[in-house]
Write a protein that binds this ligand. Structure first.
Ligand code: ATP
Ligand code: MG
Length: 440
């Protein structure tokens, strides 16, 4: 097939028949975030490349290998085009927007969430795409471990609400720049002994950012990293106390966790707490949520120093896990009424009546294809209309029609005059049309 008929590698279409799954997760995520006092923030799909280099880090896989640049075909005035990049994640853009718009000078803590597409040039596989979607949350202003516990509790609350009980929480602390200096020395010494075996990227990292080697995906580097010194042995008193308080707070809230001293996360901005929620149910790409504290980032991006933390969930992986777990999705809304019509006058009346009901929030369809009665009823069946009504010359003359409950087959008379809406929305019927999203 030609390029125009194929989607780019590593991207997905979400078809109308499946979109209810996305809507379930998005509605639940927004609802959960709001319960914790987070407000939605929206920011651009692309940013200045320097923002990502500075925040995500020059020596990370994301910056070194995975970013998509954006180039304008015809830069204005023949000037150099801006150096722009599609966002590979949301933390940097959200922080930039918070600083630039003065949010961090308002009341603290500031708590924001977002639902965004992200772009990374990776090898596509199950659970790994080039365009993927994240639900992310960020909290600015608190350096206290209670905030770490709060952010983890929010992620956990959403996972629970989505029916994902088989997802495990792993936490670690990667310390502050102070304790990390000692740790870097120990890592350099350890990996220095394995110089000949490391992949070329890690060899480069050895000098500049040895902790990155712990996050390398190469099986050989991973094998060597297994016996590397662990950061927890190098934490300073403050980072240690912070980690202890986090563990105690999670225990208070009955949130189960394991400590995995190997978690360093793929982004350079993290300090102290890092965490991942992992499932074994969807194959190798089982990290459904990753997050942590990034106390230095706001200052690094030009804001006043301010501690911050957050997480991001991969929505494709969340949906895969829900499908696997047999979680419930809120079904797509069904058509309340299909008005079949015979003849032009009836069809025009159908349009008027349909619009009256729609203005009241009902989901109504009628024929716009000029089809006969039989194919119209077939269509009504196919879309699963709860009620149908047939309009022809007789009904228009009489000013009333028969409303048919498609499940029970029961028919009732309904006036086509002024009382049409009232009769349609009588208590019995209204009961059947409760917004399914109310149950979330
Ligand atoms: P991984 O180790 O799986 O590469 P990461 O550390 O690169 O993940 P983050 O940058 O922390 O991931 O992104 C947060 C979440 O976004 C991940 O836990 C995952 O659920 C999701 N995610 C990251 N990259 C992809 C991708 N290429 N395709 C689909 N989801 C992704
Ligand atoms: Mg990655």
């Amino acid at each position: 097939m030609s390029v125009i008929a194929n989607r780019p590698k590593g991207t997905q279409d979400v078809l109308p028949a499946d979109v209810y799954k996305w809507q379930t997760v998005e509605r639940c995520a927004a609802g959960t975030a709001e319960c914790f006092g987070f407000k939605e923030i929206r920011f651009p799909t692309f940013e200045n490349t320097a923002l990502f280099k500075r925040s995500v880090g020059d020596t990370t896989d994301v910056v070194q290998k995975e970013m998509y640049g954006v180039t304008a075909k015809s830069p204005a005035n023949g000037k150099d085009p801006d150096d722009l990049t599609l966002r590979p994640e949301g933390t940097a853009g959200a922080a930039r927007a918070a600083i630039e718009n003065g949010l961090l000078k308002e009341v603290l803590p500031q708590k924001v969430y977002y639902m965004i597409s992200c772009f990374r040039h990776e090898r596509p596989q199950a659970g790994r795409l080039r365009e993927f979607h994240q639900f992310g949350a960020e909290m600015y202003g608190s350096g206290d471990a209670s905030a770490d516990a709060e952010v983890i509790a929010m992620a956990k609350s959403l996972l629970d609400r989505l029916g994902l009980t088989n997802v495990e929480l792993f936490i670690n602390s990667i310390g502050c720049p102070e304790c990390r200096a000692e740790y870097h020395k120990a890592l350099k010494e350890y990996f220095g002994k394995h110089k000949d075996e490391l992949c070329p990227t890690c060899l480069d990292r050895l000098d500049r950012n040895p902790m990155r080697i712990l996050d390398c995906k190469s099986p050989i580097c991973q094998g060597i990293a297994k016996d590397a010194p662990v950061i927890l042995d190098f934490l300073c008193d403050e980072c240690s106390a912070h980690f202890e308080k986090l563990k105690a707070s999670l225990t208070d809230m009955d949130i189960e966790f394991s400590i995995d001293p190997k978690i360093v996360r793929g982004l350079d901005y993290y300090t102290k707490t890092v965490f991942e929620f992992i499932t074994k149910d969807i194959g190798a790409q089982g990290t459904v949520c990753g997050g942590g504290r990034y106390d230095g980032l706001i200052e690094q991006l030009g804001g006043d120093p301010l501690p911050a933390l957050g997480f991001a969930m991969g929505l494709e992986r969340i949906i895969m896990t829900m499908e696997n777990a047999g979680s419930e999705f809120v079904p797509a809304r069904k058509c309340d009424l299909y008005i079949a019509s015979m003849g032009e006058a009836a069809q025009r009346r159908a349009a008027v009546l349909a619009n009256k009901l729609r203005a009241e929030g009902y989901f109504v369809e009628f024929d716009t294809m000029g089809r006969g009665l039989k194919p119209q009823m077939k269509y009504a069946n196919k879309i699963g209309a709860t009620f149908t009504m047939v309009l022809g010359d007789n009904e228009l003359d009489a000013g009333k029609a028969k409303l048919k409950n498609m499940e029970s087959g029961e028919q009732t008379d309904i006036s086509l005059g002024d009382s049409f809406i009232d009769e349609f929305s009588n208590d019995l019927i209204a009961e059947m049309f409760k917004d399914p999203l109310d149950s979330i």
